[in-house]
Design a protein around this ligand. Structure first.
Ligand SMILES: Cc1ncc(COP(=O)(O)O)c(C=O)c1O
Length: 504
């Protein structure tokens, strides 16, 4: 693309943003939004060189400071890359969403009207659909997030549900008001206070359709468009999508062995409105947040008057040692919202999760939940209550824990035997996945993932989970889906493939 054509395109983009009355931020922000929107929508493609800031300022009739401010922000966020001596280019890798080059099954088809003419999505729509993190729906060996269904007691589950359908309790056919089915909320409150040290009353537990909805609700009610949210870097893509959809500016915060690790400047000057964390099992690296870091984060949140969203998505599957209590349990200022899900312990399609909300926020959250999503599924919630109170959930978790631990042990052993000190395994103390880190720099984890896919395995490149330039390269491997006896042949295939790609 010639530099002038790019300036012309940006002028059009700027007019598009200008035309939206709800977006009337300062000029540098408008330029930032235009340029980012065009990159995300693929109107300006990876590798394209931007004109100099001086030329851009002249062509767009803006001050050079305005242009530099937008370019600097996009560079810091990883949309643009500055190459010393040669200029600024559109990055090869999108910061939030992965590679710009098309990956099978990822890019959405552009919508077309009845007469075949292309139609435009909103900027928000483009941002959300330019690349979907949920791309690889195919469940193949090592697919992170895939779980074992064979252990699930289907007949028992059918029986419990049938009981409520037979009961003809018509109240259960209604919308779920006031936060969901109260006996379920009470069962969850009891479970959380015993097993996760969450400080909770049944009234504080809201039944949602899972973490995604819990996060969406919290972001909508507690933050405004353009507010800053801190996310771990690398971060769970689902959380990023929900926060982006709420219009938040994501600030990536590095992760070390003690969990989310804000810099000294972040601690001193940071002003997030919301902080999203996975302290029990950082997703995807798997580190557990240290007690010291938990305290520091809580103190910071109290001082800055911001909210913490604690995503405790898989702590039921802890294989060794005692699990850390929840972050919420340490909170003295009622600033943590604690979220859990039945996606991992039951099955993802159940779409049931819970959000523990500080008492003073309850009226707002009850209204928000009801008005925004019209929750229901009370029959299902009633059956789940029995599943928990009759002890079936604990039995299932115990069975799954044994099965998953055996699968993890087998996979880790095979990897260590085959790849030795060329890799490190992180985050294997709990959960359903492990993270394989390459010790050599610059390994192309995307290429390994593509090669694995071609051989019938789904592994996720770690670089895809970073906002901005990837700090580490590796692979996320889910082991929950592969029976122990099937692990050796698949692990051998995978290790062989990795060995071929690693430098000697
Ligand atoms: C970090 C994290 N949080 C939450 C979830 C579950 O989300 P949901 O409850 O919306 O199914 C997942 C699922 O993979 C996850 O990886």
């Amino acid at each position: 693309m010639r530099p002038l054509a790019l300036s012309e395109l940006l002028l059009t983009e700027l007019q598009r943003v200008d035309g939206d009355a709800s977006l009337a931020p300062p000029l540098n922000r408008r330029l930032y939004l235009s340029l980012r929107g065009a990159i995300l929508a693929g109107r300006i493609t990876a590798g394209v060189q931007l004109p100099s800031t001086r030329d851009l300022a002249r062509d767009l009739d803006l001050s050079r400071n305005t242009v530099m401010s937008a370019i600097n922000q996009l560079t810091a966020e990883g949309y643009l890359t500055a190459r010393q001596g040669s200029g600024t280019f559109v990055s090869e890798t999108l910061p939030e969403l992965g590679p710009l080059s098309p990956v099978r099954g990822r890019r959405q088809a552009q919508p077309h009207g009845a007469n075949g003419s292309p139609r435009e999505l909103s900027q928000r729509g483009n941002l959300l659909t330019a690349q979907s993190g949920s791309a690889d729906f195919e469940v193949q060996p090592f697919a992170p997030g895939a779980i074992e269904f064979a252990e699930f007691p289907i007949q028992l589950w059918q029986k419990l549900q049938a009981k409520y359908w037979r009961s003809l309790d018509r109240d259960l056919l209604d919308y779920g008001q006031e936060g969901g089915y109260m006996p379920l909320r009470a069962a969850i409150a009891q479970y959380l206070s015993l097993s996760r040290s969450v400080r909770v009353t049944p009234e504080q537990v809201l039944i949602t359709s899972g973490t995604q909805q819990s996060l969406d609700l919290a972001a909508r009610l507690l933050t405004d468009h353009g507010d800053e949210a801190w996310v771990e870097n690398p971060c769970y893509w689902g959380a990023r999508r929900a926060l982006q959809a709420a219009g938040l500016r994501l600030k990536p915060i590095d992760v070390d062995l003690e969990g989310m690790a804000p810099s000294a400047t972040d601690w001193q000057l940071g002003k997030p409105r919301l902080i999203y964390v996975t302290p029990s099992h950082q997703y995807p690296l798997g580190h557990v947040m240290s007690l010291q870091r938990r305290r520091a984060l809580l103190q910071f949140a109290a001082r800055q008057r911001c909210w913490i969203f604690e995503d405790d998505y898989d702590s039921e599957f802890r294989f060794g040692g005692r699990p850390f209590a929840s972050l919420q349990g340490l909170d003295e200022h009622a600033q943590v919202l604690y979220s859990g899900t039945f996606s991992k312990v039951m099955y993802p399609g159940i779409r049931l999760g819970y959000l523990v909300v500080p008492t003073d926020l309850l009226p707002a959250f009850n209204t928000g939940l009801y008005d925004l999503y019209r929750p229901g599924q009370l029959m299902l919630q009633a059956a789940l209550t029995d599943f928990i109170t009759e002890g079936h959930l604990n039995t299932l978790i115990r069975r799954l824990r044994v099965a998953y631990q055996a699968r993890r042990d087998e996979l880790a052993r095979r990897i260590q035997r085959c790849l030795g000190d060329r890799v490190q395994i992180s985050g294997q103390e709990s959960g359903l996945h492990l993270c394989l880190l390459f010790n050599a720099p610059g390994v192309d984890d995307e290429a390994i993932a593509r090669a694995a896919d071609a051989q019938g395995m789904t592994v996720r490149p770690l670089s895809r989970y970073f906002l901005g330039a990837p700090g580490q390269r590796g692979l996320i491997l889910g082991y929950a889906y592969v029976p122990t006896e099937r692990v050796p042949p698949w692990a051998q295939k995978l290790c062989q493939l990795i060995r071929d790609q690693l430098p000697d």
